[in-house]
Design a protein around this ligand. Structure first.
Ligand code: BMP
Length: 217
């Protein structure tokens, strides 16, 4: 299932013990485990290697700095053996290029549209330009909201070969099937899984929902 699964588990917990407990249940059930600052701050970047025992790791540091700093961050994540990395795009083409060049074999996802209400105040208005930069830089994929189907549909129609990974499913109100039908290639979900009574059952249910939705396409 791991390679076929389109589910990316967002593991936003504190501390490696808690993370490892959920990661064990994710083994064989997810395409990747996405880690973010809460876990990296409490466990160190070595957590990438630790969790890679159970699934490939997507490092969501939302990098947003000058090219040299972006390069230093990306190199370190690559050394840890991550499957992929998430970067912001709004810092410009030179910063994005630095991430791409330092990424080695990692899949680079760039943030084009976000899932929270505040995204409409600023970022959503720039999505065309952000998408263009993602294409120009030859990224693997983009982040587009799994709870704002119109935006994701529109981006899918113009994203070419870029993959779309969509957060906002579960706790932020989006549904996995609607996100897939809007054009998402991967569903990112966190709290609906790690806060549930039975994370493995929850992951199985989401995988099944994704499978059914793919069948409808
Ligand atoms: P949750 O399913 O618990 O809401 O988690 C969503 C995850 O996706 C979090 O790690 C969050 O940082 C990330 N994310 C998001 O929710 N919206 C975005 O637009 C981009 C994200 O990376």
């Amino acid at each position: 299932m791991t390679q076929e699964s389109r589910l990316i588990l967002a593991l936003d917990v504190y501390g490696v013990e808690k993370a490892e407990d959920i990661a064990k249940q994710a083994e064989g059930r997810v395409r990747a485990i996405k880690i973010n600052w809460p876990l990296v701050m409490t466990s160190g970047i070595g957590v990438v290697q630790r969790l890679s025992r159970y699934a490939e790791v997507l490092c969501d540091l939302k990098i947003a700095d000058i090219p040299n700093t972006n390069r230093l961050i990306t190199q370190k994540v690559n050394e840890m053996g991550a499957w992929g990395i998430i970067t912001h795009i709004f810092t410009g083409s030179d910063s994005l290029k630095a991430v791409k060049e330092a990424s080695g074999e990692m899949k680079v996802f760039g943030v084009v549209a976000m899932s929270h209400p505040g995204a409409s105040e600023f970022m959503l208005g720039f999505r065309d330009r952000l998408l263009a930069l993602a294409k120009e830089a030859g990224l693997f994929g983009i982040i587009a909201p799994g709870n704002n189907y119109e935006v994701t549909k529109e981006l899918r129609s113009r994203a070419g070969t870029l993959k779309i990974a969509s957060p906002g499913v579960g706790a932020q109100g989006g549904s996995a099937s609607d996100a897939i039908l809007s054009g998402a290639d991967y569903i990112i979900s966190g709290r609906s899984i790690y806060e549930s009574d039975n994370p493995s059952v929850e992951m199985d249910l989401i995988n099944e929902e994704i499978k059914q939705a793919i069948g409808l396409k």
